[in-house]
Write a protein that binds this ligand. Structure first.
Ligand code: NAP
Length: 489
């Protein structure tokens, strides 16, 4: 693969619709435009529409209007539209991956992996659309009959973050559309381009106007606030920080909205002395470096059994030290820039804080000079208990390695966080594996593997990582209500 040329970059950016998509029409935002930046250069890529609260309410009105017909639309046809969109995305992987890399910074190879992952949610839910069923039971007294049926929740607001610009959208849009719900989608303002392309692809795949409405906005609160306060909205699905999730939950209480909250993480990665250390290092590189460490599932802290802690840290530093840093479009690059200066400053501060408290830097430890928001892959050892990065989500390429003595100590350390999204465990002892998995307070566990994301599996957290599940057979349930009918015979 050769380095991508500037003209190809211009072409993929130019073909993105830059307007709001409301009731099947592309239209300008009432507040002008917002710029989208390339985090590898700090330069503006393009401008997209900036929605006002009136634009946002027009999007909700369109979703409400389209709701009843879409709920009755044959499930097979709802699924076929998703299936066509899936095929189109796969067909256009190269250009969509380039677009994603330009707006978000991740290396092309990782953008391609996200395109495959994101598209798969559309295929998975195209198959689930025709598997929405109910129940028929004889009442225990033998006289009545009990029927249940599943019906779409109604108009949904879907808010997504910048770190997975396509997949965080498709894992909400896929099940919502399959279930017969209509939606207003608001992507993160830093990465709206992938979602705008998705809206265009769904339009071309035959999705009727008003079923999916998309707004981009410079003020998330101003644009989505009135939608959340409107009683016609029935569900809010949010992926983003725990801080914003808490606020939205409070706001959503006014109308008692159905909620899905996919929030922050602080994943422990535990390596026992009986583990295959080389395997654990391979898994650690994936769990840490996928998405430049900017993933809710990113391993945030490595708890390693004392007899193998030094070996693990050295091998991890060796592997991370070999990763090429650069603009994601360049050949062989494995570490792109962070999303912006704020994120890079936060990573720097967490590293400085750990080192200030006595941690040892085995690799990296610095921001890279020059354009873009690059931070060196970093491995720290001898982490003191007071280090902030044990408690906070790092969201960058920094791996703190902390040694432990006993299994119970490792479980307690892993659970010593307000978050509970995912944990990773490396051991070859089957009994230990089950003991530890049962003891971990997380929604997901990677057992001898560094990645859990799979559209066929229920993704989601507990504690302050939120609630609700995306993907798997569970994913569509988030967009369905159960109606029970008591029938007298
Ligand atoms: P964020 O600041 O919470 O933003 C997420 C989305 O919410 C963006 O679209 C943002 O819009 C919007 N938003 C911000 N304030 C809002 C408000 N007051 N009302 C309505 N919407 C609002 O999070 P982020 O920095 O983009 O994403 C990183 C976080 O997402 C991390 O904590 C990560 O762990 C989490 N995450 C979780 C999962 C999961 O499945 N559990 C997956 C991926 C990421 P603007 O862009 O305009 O600010």
């Amino acid at each position: 693969m050769s380095t991508i040329t500037t003209s190809e970059e211009q072409r993929v950016v130019e073909q993105v619709p830059k307007q709001l998509y409301i009731a099947g029409q592309w239209r300008d935002g009432s507040k002008g435009t917002i710029s989208v930046e390339d985090p590898a250069t700090g330069e503006t890529l393009t401008e997209v529409a900036d929605a006002s609260s009136e634009d946002a309410m027009a999007a909700l009105a369109a979703a409400v209007e389209a709701g009843p017909a879409w709920a009755k639309h044959p499930p097979r046809e709802r699924g076929e539209i998703l299936r066509r969109a899936f095929e189109e995305i796969v067909e256009r992987t190269d250009e969509l991956a380039l677009l994603m890399t330009l707006e978000m910074g991740k290396p092309i190879k990782e953008s391609k992996a996200e395109i495959a992952y994101g598209a798969e949610f559309l295929r998975w839910f195209s198959e689930q659309a025709v598997r929405i069923d109910g129940r028929y039971a004889v009442a225990p007294n033998g006289q009545g009959r009990l029927l249940t049926m599943k019906q779409p929740v109604g108009p949904c607001l879907l808010i997504s973050p910048w770190n997975f610009p396509l997949a965080m959208g498709t894992r909400k849009i896929g099940p919502a559309i399959a279930a017969g719900c209509t939606v207003v989608v608001k992507p993160a303002q830093q990465t709206p381009l992938s979602m705008l392309m998705l809206a265009k692809i769904l339009e071309e795949a035959g999705l009727p106007g008003g079923v999916l409405n998309l707004i981009t906005a410079s003020s998330a609160g101003e644009s989505t606030g009135p939608i959340i306060d409107d009683p016609r909205l029935r569900k809010l699905s949010f992926t983003g920080s725990t801080e914003v999730g808490r606020k939205l939950m409070e706001q959503a209480s006014g109308n008692l909205l159905r909620l899905s909250m996919e929030l922050g993480g602080n994943a422990p990665f535990i390596v026992f002395e009986d583990a295959d250390v080389d395997e654990a290092v391979r898994g650690a590189v994936i769990a840490k470096m996928r998405n430049i460490g900017e993933a809710c599932t990113a391993a945030n802290r490595f708890h390693v059994a004392k007899p193998v802690a030094d070996e693990f840290a050295e091998k991890l530093a060796d592997a991370m030290g070999k990763m090429k840093i650069g603009r994601g479009t360049e050949d062989g690059v494995e570490v792109g820039p962070l999303i912006d200066e704020n994120q890079r400053r936060k990573v720097s501060e967490l590293v400085d804080d750990a080192v200030g408290h006595g941690a040892h830097t085995l690799l990296g430890g610095h921001a890279r000079d020059g354009a873009g928001y690059f931070y060196e892959p970093t491995v720290l050892t001898g982490i003191p208990d007071e280090a902030g990065l044990l408690k906070e989500e790092i969201f960058g390429p920094v791996a703190p390695v902390k040694a432990f003595d006993e299994e119970e100590e490792a479980i307690a350390a892993a659970n010593d966080t307000e978050f509970g999204l995912v944990a990773y465990v490396y051991t070859r002892d089957i009994k230990r594996a089950l003991r530890v998995v049962e003891g971990l307070e997380t929604g997901m566990v990677g057992l001898n593997q560094g990645m859990v994301s799979n559209p066929a599996a229920p993704f989601g957290g507990i504690k302050q990582s939120g609630f609700g599940r995306e993907g798997g057979p569970e994913g569509i349930e988030e967009y369905l209500e159960t109606k029970y009918v008591a029938m007298n015979l």
